[in-house]
Design a protein around this ligand. Structure first.
Ligand code: MCA
Ligand code: AMP
Length: 525
């Protein structure tokens, strides 16, 4: 059994662990408050957390984990349909929320426990749970149907956070700043549990802003996490903001993830600050798979190399691993691995060169990778989820017979093994602002509007959001179609505001093939 937060038991009690706005908690205070939450929770049960960006959310999550129970983080802006589905599917025994927070009717049947961040529960009493026991159930969209709950075991949290510590030289001295939401892996696992596992500190902005980033980095924060939309907004602000230039220039590490950061934004930030943003690649189901290393080359347009412990391979349509016959090698070490086409980075941060530098050069001189062929990324390792809750069909479909998880992301490799993501298998998945959104769930929501006869949803390139959601609608009454705003509000109210269409286009009919299936590629652009 690995203990998730050693710093809570024997760590720097007086050091600040968490800061949200003006409010903060030391490690000792966090241990006290989290133990009070833990006292309300039974080992093994599932507990919903109303995941506002607040101290209460962080304390609630830590308390549930200490008690050996499972956290189900909820988007506090979830619409009625989405929230109803998640609560019915995960069947939590309690809901934790900040005092005074209004909960919607869909959560009204649950026993509510207010999180008091100043109470002393008498110190942490740690449950003795297994590494394979669930820590979190995080809901994530698929191409069709409602979101699925990815069950993340404790082992996956430990594996991913320790691998990132190795890749990023992340220590207790680091102070992380971010403004990410706390109901997804990026903001919650990496952005809150990450610093706590290291014994370091996190300052959450409440909501992202260039001013907040500037303030915190200039006041001693060392690392910034963000989605590409956030870095895009920083890149836009840089030319007129010398304080932001100073802030980013002085940071130890700027990390982007959840979607691809366009090379143009990479270059603008590098030109203005002299700092390169590094990218890491992950998924709700896999936590983190690859990263550019702090001691590696920050190459724009790539997501770096497999993290320690992660096996990664590219697979062609027919199931053949790309480059298997050429022998695959560890990106960092050049260590040959088995004939299954997987690449395991077993480096664990051990320097290979006599001078302590990594031996990537030898791999470059002796290219081991097929750099031409695009394949689907498949991964194996302790970082993976165990199942989709209540969805054995979806779980089985997600893995190959020998246990590789099919990510659905398409990539090529550079000669030295750096992974370049070039697209996605499913066109019905949209990444907007770093959120993954299934076209099918938005189409279903639109069809529930009385003024909509037919609906199709696509993603279009957007300089700020990466992709913007476009709804193609055939109205019931072409003379008085429902307005754009009305449809956006309808989707925001049923699902979540970030799932609302940003553009609505009206058609007389949708293009369909002989089978009656909508041909999205034939939609006029
Ligand atoms: C707008 N709003 C509405 C409506 N329209 N509310 C109700 N009904 C409407 N019709 C509200 C929004 O809720 C929000 O409220 C405000 O108006 C602005 O919304 P929006 O335009 O969507 O925000 P934005 O400024 O465009 O957001 C950009 C963002 C955001 C900040 C970058 O997209 C974001 O936080 N992205 C992070 C996504 C993320 O963490 N993904 C990780 C998952 P209010 O003003 O109250 O906020 S991926 C993952 O975890 C994997 C493992 C990985 O690799 O990382
Ligand atoms: P989610 O399902 O919200 O956890 O999102 C996971 C997906 O985000 C992955 O399957 C990728 O498509 C995408 N993603 C995450 N990080 C990156 C990155 N650095 N570059 C490109 N795509 C990314």
């Amino acid at each position: 059994m690995s203990f998730l937060f050693p710093a809570l038991a024997d760590g720097p009690g007086e050091c600040v662990a968490l800061r949200f706005g003006e409010r903060s908690l030391t490690y000792a205070e966090l241990a006290a408050a989290a133990s009070a939450v833990g006292g309300r929770v039974r080992e093994g049960e599932r507990v919903a957390v109303w995941a506002t960006p607040s101290l209460e959310t962080a304390v609630g999550v830590v308390g549930v984990l200490l008690a050996g129970a499972t956290v189900v983080p909820l988007n506090p802006k979830s619409g009625e349909k989405e929230l109803g589905h998640i609560l019915a599917d995960s069947a939590p025994s309690l809901i934790l929320a900040a005092p005074g927070e209004r909960l919607p009717e869909a959560a009204g049947h649950l026993t509510r426990v207010d999180v008091d961040v100043r109470v002393d529960g008498g110190g942490a009493d740690f449950a003795h749970v297994d590494d394979g026991d669930p820590a979190l159930v995080v809901y994530t969209s698929g191409t069709t149907g409602p979101p699925k709950g990815a069950v993340l075991p404790r082992r996956a949290l430990v594996a991913t956070l320790d691998a990132l510590a190795d890749a990023w030289q992340w220590t207790a001295d680091d102070v992380l700043v971010h403004g990410l939401p706390l109901f997804h892996v990026h903001g919650l696992v990496l952005g809150v549990l990450g610093p706590l596992r290291r014994g370091g500190s996190v300052r959450h902005l409440g909501r992202f802003s260039a001013e907040g980033v500037t303030r915190e980095l200039n006041a001693g924060a060392t690392m910034l996490f963000g989605v590409p939309t956030m870095y895009h907004r920083l890149a836009e602000a840089l030319p007129d903001d010398p304080e932001l230039v100073k802030a980013l220039s002085g940071a130890r590490l700027l990390v982007s993830g959840s979607a691809a950061l366009p090379v143009h934004d990479h270059e603008r930030i590098a030109a203005a600050t002299g700092r390169r943003v590094i990218e890491r690649y992950g998924m709700t189901e896999t936590l983190m798979n690859t990263s550019v290393r702090a001691d590696g080359e920050a190459r724009p347009g790539t997501v770096g190399v497999p993290l320690p412990g992660v096996e990664l391979r590219l697979v062609e349509e027919d199931g053949t691993p790309v480059g298997a016959d050429g022998g695959t090698q560890n990106a960092a070490h050049g260590t040959p691995v088995g004939a299954d086409g997987g690449t395991q980075n077993a480096a664990h941060g051990t320097p290979t060169g006599a001078d302590g530098t990594r031996d990537a050069a030898s791999a470059t001189q002796n290219p081991a990778y097929d750099v031409e062929t695009v394949g689907e990324i498949q991964v194996r390792g302790p970082n993976l989820f165990t199942e989709y809750l209540n969805r054995p069909d979806a779980t089985a479909a997600a893995f190959t017979s020998d246990g590789w998880f099919r990510t659905g992301d398409m990539a090529v490799r550079d000669p030295d093994g750096y992974v370049r993501i070039v697209g996605r298998k499913a066109t019905d998945l949209i990444k907007s602002g770093g959120y993954k959104i299934g076209a099918g769930e938005i189409e279903n929501a639109l069809l529930e509007h009385p003024g909509v006869r037919e609906a199709a949803v696509t993603g279009e390139p957007d300089p700020d959001l990466g992709e913007r959601i476009v709804a193609w609608v055939v109205p019931v009454d072409p003379q008085s179609p429902p307005g754009e705003r009305e449809l956006a509000d309808h989707v925001a109210g049923r699902l979540a505001p970030h799932k609302r269409p940003r553009v609505v286009r009206y058609l007389d009919s949708l293009p369909r093939n002989d089978m009656g299936k909508i041909m999205k590629r034939a939609l006029p652009s």
